[in-house]
Design a protein around this ligand. Structure first.
Ligand code: IYR
Length: 220
């Protein structure tokens, strides 16, 4: 395909405004928390679609957009997912995860029970597509994990912006999702994201984020 460029511009702010916006945005992002308690209040399909389309604006290797977002609101499918996830998680919490891992998780208070998989009005299951079939032939995608990871980040930010909450859930292993959702061979489950409004009286772990000095090294 021949390169074709089109004009592009976006709003430019003064230095002061740039600083103000950087502070505002950082504080706003700091308000996002991972939650595990969702209200059963529904979310419209239009909202869900807009959130996914925001995620799909993410950059990707060779602009292949190597992702599929399965949006599950069907209660029977959610139940099936919960049953299979809990089977795997039961095994993980009872022998598959080493002591050190369980110790690192203990402050989260998690166990193999996953009620949020039914309570949350929607589950977004993100699949990564390692290749495409074009005219009967395999065509590679590139930097698939990085691309899909960034798209999930956009998804989480869109969810936060709408006043909704989410959990980045990775039942392990996740192959059961491919079966339940009948996904093609070129797709592998990447992340399961329950999304919804906060349940009343939601509590989150009292965690602290790292200081800037712990996460940034400036090379001036
Ligand atoms: N997947 C399990 C365990 C778990 C692992 C990590 I790393 C977490 O940050 C949280 C949980 C579960 O969902 O309970």
């Amino acid at each position: 395909m021949e390169a074709k460029f089109v004009p592009y511009t976006k709003e430019i702010f003064s230095k002061e405004k740039t600083l103000e916006r950087s502070k505002e945005h950082s504080a706003y992002m700091d308000l996002r928390r991972t939650v595990r308690d969702f209200s059963t209040e529904s979310i419209s399909e239009e909202v869900l679609e807009n959130i996914v389309m925001a995620a799909s604006t993410s950059p990707s290797g060779a602009h292949k957009q190597p992702w599929t977002f399965c949006v599950v609101t069907n209660p029977e499918i959610k139940s099936k997912i919960r049953i299979e996830a809990e089977k795997e998680e039961y095994e993980s919490y009872n022998g598959r995860m080493p002591e050190e891992w369980l110790e690192d998780l203990s402050y989260l208070g998690t166990d193999w029970h996953k009620p949020f998989l039914e309570d949350a009005p929607a589950l977004i299951i993100v699949f990564k597509r390692s290749y495409e079939i074009v005219n009967g032939k395999k065509r590679n995608n590139y930097y698939v994990s990085e691309s899909v990871g960034i798209a999930c980040d956009f998804l989480l930010e869109a969810i936060h912006y709408c006043g909704l909450a989410a959990l980045t859930h990775t039942p392990s292993p996740m192959n059961f999702l491919s079966k339940i959702l009948n996904r093609p061979e070129n797709e592998k489950p990447y992340l399961l994201i329950p999304i919804g409004y906060l349940a009343k009286d939601t509590k989150v772990p009292d965690l602290k984020r790292k200081e800037s000095s712990e996460v940034i090294s400036f090379y001036r």
